[in-house]
Design a binder for this molecule. Structure first.
Ligand code: ZN
Length: 422
């Protein structure tokens, strides 16, 4: 039985087009990310465009039931690929303004350079995190979006931005007043769209209904915790009536919007102060990760569930991002390689056969994984045991990206060993 809270997170992305205010809608649950439409006098504005042309086409078909006005402009809240890859569907003839922050720095560059090819570290880890290739039964969700989404035209419909915005500015969306606001958060190039008359705030990925992904295990450079927290404070002060995030359902009502933004800001600040204090006390990174939890006042907030980001990984990222990888314990200045450590372990255990028995009978699943790694380093056939252990861990895991990665790597080990044994 998979983690019940993670299964329940699926209620955050029901396939639906939600009216936020007159002439303003969000399409949720059609793709990994949401698409928003603002109807103007003679044209519509599209905010974000999903990860694939097929998902974008499905949303366009829904939007056409609401208005047949042509798309007059596209705005990207940030450069993550799941927001910028369906633009050609909304502007098939091109030629429309495509607005983004002048810090826009697309992950698509990495695609062009082959960095997310499956044989590269980033490619393999990206596929694992997003459960690409896993069976529908294995894939519950992405933490921030549905597990079941169209994959045709993945990454195929990007239009590079042609109007780069350097600083906060007012803009007319064909009769709808808007303000574009620079607000670094999940990425440095985040740009909010604020409609002051309707009090609707499009926040990109600076907030979604899940603990913020301060570190993505697919592999990301350090995300600026302090800047993200500051942007959440700025967003809370805008007193929006509706918060339309880049993932998960919109939040309605000024008090609720303020509540989700201020508590998420507090959660990020907590990771920073807890980790800094633990480093001051000389705790190792492993111990910081093993002991961090949310304070009581935040722990019961459903939107801080660790479905997407995770506290322990965030603490490690903050420690590494501020003081670097060295945790202050000189033992760790020259750690042994995997084979040397495994040889010592086997000797302590009374030989490789005894080490194998210890792994097979270990109750602590994490410890069993660590023993499997020693055995594999020594050339012992512990791959099947490691795969089974990861599958067992996946079942209790609340974090979708961890669950997907355990299962993806387990399936890969199984197919590798299956191919070798055949
Ligand atoms: Zn996103």
């Amino acid at each position: 039985m998979p983690n019940a809270a993670l299964v329940d997170q699926n209620t955050q992305f029901p396939k639906s087009v939600i009216k936020l205010a007159p002439g303003i809608w969000s399409a949720v649950g059609f793709a990994a990310s949401n698409v928003h439409m603002i109807e103007g006098r003679d044209s519509a504005t599209i905010i974000d465009t999903t990860e694939s042309t097929q998902a974008a086409e499905n949303i366009r078909a829904e939007f056409r039931k609401l208005t047949d006005k042509p798309v007059g402009r596209i705005i990207y809240t940030h450069s993550h690929r799941d927001h910028i890859s369906g633009a050609t569907v909304f502007a098939p003839d091109g030629g429309v303004p495509v607005l983004a922050s002048d810090r826009f720095s697309s992950d698509l560059v990495a695609v062009d350079q082959g960095a997310i090819a499956p044989n590269k570290a980033l490619g393999r880890r990206t596929q694992a995190q997003f459960a690409i290739g896993l069976s529908p039964e294995d894939r519950i969700n992405l933490g921030c979006g549905p597990g079941d989404r169209p994959m045709q035209g993945l990454g195929a419909g990007h239009i590079p931005p042609n109007r780069l915005i350097a600083s906060d500015c007012d803009i007319d969306l064909d009769g709808v007043a808007a303000r574009l606001i620079m607000a670094p958060g999940e990425t440095e190039d985040h740009m909010l769209v604020w409609l002051p008359d309707q009090k609707v705030l499009f926040g990109g990925d600076n907030w979604y209904h899940a603990f913020p992904n301060l570190y993505a295990i697919r592999g990301t450079p350090y995300r600026d915790f302090a800047a993200w927290a500051a942007s959440l404070g700025q967003m809370a002060d805008m007193e929006a009536e509706v918060l339309a995030p880049g993932h998960t359902l919109p939040v309605q009502g000024a008090a609720m919007v303020r509540e989700v933004l201020t508590t998420t800001r507090a959660a990020i600040l907590h990771v920073m102060t807890f980790t800094a204090d633990a480093m001051d006390r000389g705790l190792s990174m492993d111990d910081i990760a093993a002991t961090i939890s949310l304070p009581e006042a935040l722990a019961d907030k459903p939107w801080l569930g660790e479905f997407y980001g995770k506290l322990s990984w965030s603490a490690r990222a903050f420690a590494t991002g501020t003081l670097g990888w060295y945790d202050g314990n000189p033992t760790n200045l020259g750690r042994l390689g995997a084979v040397a450590r495994a040889e010592h372990m086997a000797k302590l255990a009374g030989g490789q056969a005894a080490l194998m028995r210890a792994a097979e009978t270990a109750v602590d699943l994490q410890w069993r994984l660590e023993l499997c790694d020693h055995l594999i380093a020594l050339g012992e056939p512990a791959q099947a045991l490691k795969a089974d252990t990861m599958i067992a861990l996946a079942d209790v895991e609340i974090n979708a990206t961890a669950r997907n990665t355990y299962l993806w790597e387990a399936r890969r080990l199984q197919s590798e060993t299956g191919a070798r044994d055949a």
